[in-house]
Design a protein around this ligand. Sequence first.
Ligand SMILES: O=C(CO)[C@H](O)[C@H](O)COP(=O)(O)O
Length: 234
Amino acid sequence: MTQDELKQQVAQAALDYIKPEIQSDAIIGVGTGSTANYFIDALAQYQGQFKGAVASSEATAERLKQHHIDVFDMNEVESLTVYVDGADEVNKQLELIKGGGGALTREKIVASIAKSFVCIADESKAVEVLGGFALPVEVIPMARAAVARKLVKLGGQPIYREGVVTDNGNDILDVHGLKITEAKQFEAELNAIVGVVTNGLFAQRPADVLLLATSEGVKTLSVINTSASAGEFY
Ligand SMILES: O=C(CO)[C@H](O)[C@H](O)COP(=O)(O)O
């Protein structure tokens, strides 16, 4: 199976997984990226059977609207039934690196009000140690160089994602060369740098459930059964 087929398969699995939540009052949080796009396209078959969605990017909002799914401003919504999104890396604790598509800040905001976060990924995203994928950090443009110098002091090699402006009007630094073992602590440390809007580590709010597409089918991993099942995944 190609990576794209695995993404499609896991998106369908996510829909099956959240099916009991699809009810007339449900508002679903929707992530960004190619895996999330497959999920949106699958979700479209239930259009009209749930209240609507909150989008984690302008691109996702646009795709939802194309399927005639109502998109709510997050300020109008107190909580979400579930948040479904992809990831760039995931470890056994279901801590993630996200932001390859540049939507990390809104993704983290939307995930923060979800009752449950279902991460959908193909097996290439599963890692022992986070950091092989360069960690995206969203920065206020005037602080870009100052933040970059601080990231170097923390042991990273930040590269400016030139030509990319986030939906919030900010810049992105992709930090290479990290081996992130204490993800919660590192997430907090990065967020404390003045000029950082947020970083792509989802450790303080990891995924609750991981649906991982593998050549043997989609595997379901939750925080509770992580250690028991980890051997099957890595
Ligand atoms: O965090 C993200 C976007 O900001 C995506 O979830 C992540 O980049 C994975 O993307 P894809 O599903 O295209 O592999």
